[in-house]
Design a protein. Sequence first.
Lengths: 112, 115
Amino acid sequence: KQEVTQIPAALSVPEGENLVLNCSFTDSAIYNLQWFRQDPGKGLTSLLLIQSSQREQTSGRLNASLDKSSGRSTLYIAASQPGDSATYLCAAGNQAGTALIFGKGTTLSVSS
Amino acid sequence: EAQVTQNPRYLITVTGKKLTVTCSQNMNHEYMSWYRQDPGLGLRQIYYSMNVEVTDKGDVPEGYKVSRKEKRNFPLILESPSPNQTSLYFCASSPLQAGGNSPLHFGNGTRLTVT
């Protein structure tokens, strides 16, 4: 059964720092890997989706990579800002296309 | 505006009183799903639907029912709610499937408290 783990569970950084959030999964037979952002009291917002055949995706200051063979994905945030403070969730799409299996998230706090 | 709309946002009820949480999407998506989010457990899938009249169980379906009579609507039904169903519930949709090349779109959530 697929398990998704995110490390660290929480992270505090000063504004302007570059940072990396880690995600690992136990079953490499995934359809895609998605990164979401969740703000308190809000739903999940999709940040990046990497299909299983891809290695990385970029959007603005965000870059996500995928290494299926090692069961790892990273989310790189450049020049962090206080507005980046949120919980970041990664999720692995199963091959059947019926579900995303979520990690428990990394809660990021960026101080000004 | 493309969106997934859940109602209500907050609900407090008592054990055993049937309730329905509605979910509607305006993007003509085939796939819809319900998740619950609990501290320390993360998001877990309750039910999903690949198309109209096609539904199936996720990881934690016990105590829940769903229906998909129209493409846009996917209500979550708790026939006899219990305190262990106190949680934050999310509805999500995507064009074809959860694992395709389009991300899941989530609603804003329904916080349910069962006393």
